[in-house]
Design a protein around this ligand. Structure first.
Ligand code: NAD
Length: 245
């Protein structure tokens, strides 16, 4: 149900807005979430494939899964929710988008003040020298590092791995002084990104969640818009008085 405009006022008057997104913002672009229906590939759960152990055991299987996911991402288009988030960046003096998504749709929608917390599906990283490089359109079954020819892996933060240096620090530095947080389409199951919202809230930020379901963050937020990202971001665009295309 569309919220009363007054309930969105603390969000719409923000000067420093942190937007935290997860797989749900891309669901209406046709990209399956991990924890929703469609999170399975063959008989495998995503949580079992997106691990360093799975890659060590069977790199071909993991690359095959990532190539399948990459083809879905490349075939998808940013939706109006991605575009409203990109427009918010230009409308506010202080803005940061911290995304857990690896699909590149925020970037394609025009977002630039963005931290891709979990990497990008179009990039690979050498398992030996750690060189990060863009994958070609049709990579081989087992991509190799262009510098040292060792086996490369997807440049994605897998379950159980540590964040890359600087990534969380920069996100937390912004969150500490944000006056509002907009959380879109995340289950809040992955600790550090969820803590960004929790910490900002603790310091007084007004928190809004967009998610058709209850999430691990629902009890923390001030306002829960219980609908899909596209509809809710349309309401939010209206509240900010920005054009949503
Ligand atoms: P998740 O799969 O754990 O949760 C998705 C959330 O989105 C759920 O809470 C669900 O209720 C909500 N949702 C579903 N449809 C929605 C809609 N139309 N509008 C708004 N919300 C909707 O995803 P997560 O929290 O991002 O965590 C999973 C991890 O998987 C992340 O680390 C991410 O890197 C990765 N992942 C990324 C993509 C992507 O890049 N698109 C896709 C799947 C998984």
């Amino acid at each position: 149900m569309k919220p009363d405009p007054s309930s969105l006022r603390p969000l719409a008057s923000a000067q420093r807005l942190l937007v935290l997104t997860g797989a749900g913002v891309s669901a209406e672009s046709g990209i399956p979430t991990f924890r929703g229906a469609g999170g399975l590939w063959r008989e495998h759960k995503a949580e079992e494939l997106a691990t360093p152990q799975a890659f060590e055991q069977d790199p071909e299987l993991i690359w095959e899964w990532y190539q399948w996911r990459r083809s879905i991402c490349r075939g998808a288009e940013p939706n109006p929710a991605h575009r409203v988030i990109a427009a918010l960046e230009g409308a506010l003096p202080g803005f940061l988008l911290a995304t857990q998504n690896v699909d590149g749709l925020h970037q394609r929608a025009g977002s630039t003040k963005l931290i891709a917390l979990h990497g990008n599906i179009d990039d690979a990283r050498c398992t030996a020298c750690e060189h990060v490089f863009a994958l070609p359109e049709h990579p081989p079954e087992l991509p190799e590092c262009p510098r040292c020819e060792c086996l490369a892996r997807p440049h994605i933060l897998w379950f159980g791995e540590s964040y890359w240096p600087g990534v969380l620090e920069a996100s937390y530095a912004f969150a500490m002084s944000a006056d509002a947080v907009l959380i879109v389409g995340t289950s809040g199951a992955v600790g550090p990104p969820a803590y960004l919202a929790v910490e900002a809230k603790r310091r007084g930020a007004f928190c809004v969640e967009v998610n058709p379901e209850v999430s691990a963050l629902s009890e923390v937020v001030d306002l829960h818009l219980r609908t899909g990202a596209v509809e809710a971001m349309g309401w939010i665009a209206e509240a900010f008085g920005i054009e949503s295309r």
